[in-house]
Design a protein around this ligand. Structure first.
Ligand SMILES: Cc1cc2nc3c(=O)[nH]c(=O)nc-3n(C[C@H](O)[C@H](O)[C@H](O)COP(=O)(O)OP(=O)(O)OC[C@H]3O[C@@H](n4cnc5c(N)ncnc54)[C@H](O)[C@@H]3O)c2cc1C
Length: 199
């Protein structure tokens, strides 16, 4: 498991054609001419790039919870998350804690490297075995990896990229790079900041 973990898989994207249709109403021109107009308007915040709200994106993101804590501040989106309780009760309780390979495999699949000590895992296991839900939750390290389906518009994604492309947490750059590689219309979004630009 790498020191910092981030994995983004695009599940679905839709709305581009409809967004151009809306722009055509606004400009009183044909839809066919709107791709160029959209590209020009995309970076004009303050009302002109509202059409970006009509283009929706569903991303499956696996990342540590301390990154999700930051991602949660972006309010204009919705998420469906993997259950921590399922992983830590059913999956962990199925692990033979006396088998170092099984324990390492569980740690590698569910945490960034060095995120969970054997003592902590043992304490979580004991709490789970005793059906102590609070004991499980409060001991869970921030480096626990959680998968969530994150649904957002291009407008929200634009905001995220502008705010986070220079962020010191490396996960943000990885999130942005992996997302830009998969979206159908990267021309409507800001890129990763070039080295020469000021932070
Ligand atoms: C480097 C960095 C450090 C930060 N540290 C902290 C921190 O320590 N603590 C903390 O709490 N936050 C922190 N923030 C979060 C920041 O204040 C923003 O809330 C967060 O980045 C989400 O951005 P947003 O509000 O633009 O996005 P969204 O929540 O997606 O909202 C998009 C836009 O919609 C509008 N909007 C959304 N909700 C409302 C509303 N209720 N009323 C009116 N307009 C609304 C606003 O125009 C907003 O810009 C940090 C941000 C950065 C970049």
């Amino acid at each position: 498991m790498p020191v910092t973990y981030m994995n983004v898989t695009k599940i679905e994207e839709s709305g581009y054609t409809a967004a151009l249709h809306g722009l055509a109403h606004n400009k009183k021109q044909s839809v066919e001419k709107m791709a160029d107009v959209a590209q020009k308007l995309a970076e004009m915040d303050g009302g002109h790039n509202k059409f970006l709200e009509s283009i929706l994106l569903w991303l499956d993101v696996r990342a540590p919870r301390y990154w999700w804590q930051e991602a949660d501040t972006f309010r204009l989106s919705t998420k469906q998350s993997e259950s921590t309780m399922h992983t830590l009760t059913q999956e962990l309780l199925a692990v033979d804690m006396n088998d170092p390979d099984a324990v390492n495999s569980f740690l590698q699949q569910n945490f960034e490297s060095d995120a969970c000590s054997l003592d902590t895992l043992g304490a979580i296991y004991a709490a789970a075995a005793g059906n102590d839900i609070i004991g499980v939750k409060k001991r869970l390290p921030e480096g626990f990896l959680q998968t969530r389906l994150w649904c957002m518009s291009y407008k929200t994604l634009r905001n995220i990229i502008l705010q986070r492309r220079s962020h010191r947490l490396p996960h943000w750059k990885a999130f942005i790079a992996q997302t830009l590689e998969q979206v159908e219309h990267p021309e409507l979004l800001p890129g990763l900041r070039k080295k020469a630009e000021k932070v």
